[in-house]
Design a protein around this ligand. Structure first.
Ligand code: NAD
Ligand code: UDP
Length: 312
């Protein structure tokens, strides 16, 4: 297939490129390098099945060759990144989704949207299954991301109904692993970098808020399982094992043999108190479930971050 991946030079996108190229597909990456890096895709740059287009998805997208599949992953994704690039984030999820849907419509291509657990906001039910409509502040400090993704889902559903487009939506839960940007401000990277440097570990709030962390290979496996399936629907992809942020900090200190102390900083506004995916639907319909537990995934990530810090 000829596959367009927006955001393909980012963390998750680069693993999708790797898997799909290895399966013999032709890939066009569209990315403005806002938070991604050509470092993540440098191994494909000379591959005849790989094209890199530096382009912002908020602008019209023109591709002359056939397109069989569009994966829309372009968006700032960490709270720090979308706070630094609020308008681009809003446009990547809104105008960018319309532009990529238009591309899929023109080429009669299938379409897969990278949505997020953030569409559930600060959830009032736990675990969250795909039927839950969420609890989102429409104009809060995370709204440029949460609401853009909610609009993106609405746009996908509307194009599917209006133009018979074959579409899928993956709601990705907190994913971590090698190739994350070390300064992305996410909890796993912050804590590991702080622990390896014996700096204070910064917990926002009292650390009782929870997250469920999925190792990137599991997440990507889940996305590819959805892509290859005949399910034109919405799926949670994540790891249902839920941890307090404080527990994560303690685990990372232990795994790195660090001398870091834990310190507490103010909790950012609208920071969700809990997050845990119900993945029953993915297990039953995609025959997928995560395999890598948090300790094993953290060890691999710590090893990789350690090497990156030495390289710096
Ligand atoms: P990332 O920042 O590493 O990747 C995003 C990529 O999109 C980057 O390469 C960036 O340069 C590119 N991009 C951003 N805005 C763009 C624009 N306007 N035009 C073109 N390219 C643009 O983040 P990631 O973690 O790989 O996330 C990928 C996708 O998965 C995002 O859509 C994100 O919302 C979604 N997601 C990720 C997670 C996670 O935990 N990693 C969780 C939920 C959802
Ligand atoms: N967090 C923290 N210290 C940090 C970074 C993040 O305590 O240095 C907390 C953050 O407030 C949130 C959780 O860790 O409760 C996960 O944050 P992240 O930015 O990774 O993503 P989120 O799940 O909030 O989108």
């Amino acid at each position: 297939m000829n596959i367009v991946i927006t955001g393909g030079s980012g963390f998750v996108g680069s693993y999708l490129c790797e898997n799909l190229i290895n399966d013999g597909h032709k890939i066009v990456v569209i990315d403005n390098l806002l938070t991604g890096s050509t470092e993540n895709i440098k191994q494909f740059m000379d591959n005849e099945n790989f094209i890199f287009m530096e382009h912002d998805v908020q602008n019209h997208i023109e591709i002359e060759d056939e397109v069989d599949y569009v994966l829309h992953f372009a968006s700032a994704a960490s709270p720090k990144a979308y706070t630094e690039h609020p308008v681009n984030t809003l446009k990547a999820g809104s105008v960018g989704t319309i532009n990529t849907l238009g591309l899929a419509k023109k080429h009669k291509a299938e379409y897969l949207l990278a949505s997020t657990s953030e569409v559930y906001g600060d959830p009032l039910v736990s675990p969250q299954n795909e039927e839950y409509w969420g609890n989102v502040n429409p104009n809060g400090e995370r709204s440029m991301y949460d609401e853009a993704k909610r609009f993106a889902e609405a746009a996908v559903a509307t194009y599917a109904r209006s133009y018979n487009l074959r579409t899928k939506i993956v709601r990705i839960f907190n994913t971590y692993g090698p190739r994350m940007q070390l300064n992305d401000g996410r909890v796993v990277t912050n804590f590991i970098v702080q622990a390896l440097k014996d700096e204070d570990i910064t917990i926002y709030g009292d650390g009782s808020q929870t997250r469920s962390f999925s190792f990137v290979e599991d997440t990507v496996d889940g996305i590819l399982s959805l892509m290859r399936s005949n399910e034109y629907d919405v799926f949670n992809i994540g790891n249902p094992n839920e941890f307090k942020v404080l527990t994560l900090a303690e685990k990372i200190i232990k795994l790195t043999n660090s001398n870091s102390k834990i310190i507490f900083k103010p909790l950012p506004s609208d920071d969700p108190k809990q997050r845990k995916p119900d993945i029953t639907k993915a297990i039953n319909k995609l025959n997928w479930e995560p395999r890598i537990n948090l300790d094993d995934g953290l060890k691999i990530t710590i090893d990789w971050i350690n090497k990156e810090l030495i390289r710096e």
